[in-house]
Design a protein around this ligand. Structure first.
Ligand SMILES: Cc1cc2nc3c(=O)[nH]c(=O)nc-3n(C[C@H](O)[C@H](O)[C@H](O)COP(=O)(O)O)c2cc1C
Length: 194
C-alpha cells in the first residue's frame, strides 16, 4: 500500500525553475515510498474552459483533450503538487487553464450535490510551488488565491506553499537558499502514508 502523488508542471519552460522545485519534491516523495506521476501541462495540450455548462448536466467535461488523462488522477491521487511560475502577476496560463477545467468538480459538488470522494476517504494533501522574477511584495497573491481555490474544489488540505521571489533566469533556483531543503520536506510529507 503506497500513496500516489500527482505532480503538475505548469511552466511552458521545460526543466525551468518551477519544474526543478517539482522534481525535488517528487523525488523526496518517491524516496519515502510514494508512487509518483508527473505531467507537464504544456505537453498535455489542455484547452481553455469554454463555459458550455456541459458539466452542469452530468458532472463530466464534454471537451475531449489532454484533461482526459488528468481527471481521474485529480480525483483519486492522495497528494497533488502544482508547480507554476508567475506570469503577468498570476499563475502561468497553462496552470490556470487546468484549474479552470476543474469546473466539473465544482459542478458535482455544488450543482449536482454529489460527493467527490468516497465516505471516510483519507485526507488528501497538496502543495503549490512557484517562482517569480521580481520581489514585489504582492507578486504571489493572485496565484495563491487560485491555488487555494484549486485545493478547495478538490477537497485537498494544503500543507504549505513554496514561493521563491527573485528567481528569473533558467537554473537560478539552484542558488536559492533552502529551496531544495523545503521542497524535499514538502515531498516527504506528501508522500508519507496516512
Ligand atoms: C510571459 C512572462 C511573464 C512574467 N511575468 C512576471 C511577473 O508578472 N512578475 C514576476 O515577478 N516575474 C514574471 N516573470 C518571470 C518568471 O516568473 C520567472 O522567470 C520564473 O523563474 C519562471 O519560472 P520557470 O523557469 O519555471 O518558467 C514572467 C515571465 C514570463 C515569461
Amino acid at each position: 500500500m503506497s500513496v500516489t502523488v500527482l505532480g503538475l508542471a505548469g511552466s511552458p519552460r521545460r526543466k525551468g525553475n518551477t519544474e526543478t522545485l517539482l522534481d525535488w519534491t517528487l523525488d523526496a516523495a518517491a524516496d519515502v515510498g510514494a508512487d509518483v506521476v508527473k505531467y507537464r501541462l504544456r505537453e498535455l495540450d489542455i484547452g481553455c474552459c469554454i463555459a458550455c455548462d456541459g458539466c452542469a448536466e452530468g458532472g463530466e467535461c464534454i471537451v475531449a483533450d489532454g484533461m482526459d488523462k488528468l481527471y481521474p488522477l485529480l480525483r483519486e491521487a492522495d497528494s497533488i503538487v502544482l508547480a507554476a511560475p508567475i506570469f503577468s502577476m498570476g499563475m502561468s496560463a497553462q496552470a490556470k487553464a487546468m484549474v479552470d477545467r476543474c469546473q466539473p468538480f465544482w459542478a458535482m459538488k455544488y450543482l449536482l450535490k454529489q460527493p467527490l470522494r468516497p465516505d471516510g476517504a483519507p485526507e488528501r494533501r497538496g502543495a503549490f510551488l512557484s517562482c517569480a522574477g521580481t520581489r514585489f511584495s504582492t507578486v504571489f497573491d493572485g496565484a495563491r488565491q487560485v491555488a487555494n481555490y484549486f485545493w478547495h474544489v478538490l477537497e485537498i488540505q494544503p500543507i504549505g506553499d513554496l514561493l521563491c521571489p527573485g528567481v528569473d533566469a533558467k537554473g537560478e533556483i539552484e542558488d536559492y537558499p533552502s529551496a531544495r531543503t523545503v521542497a524535499e520536506d514538502i515531498g516527504r510529507r506528501l508522500g508519507e502514508l496516512r
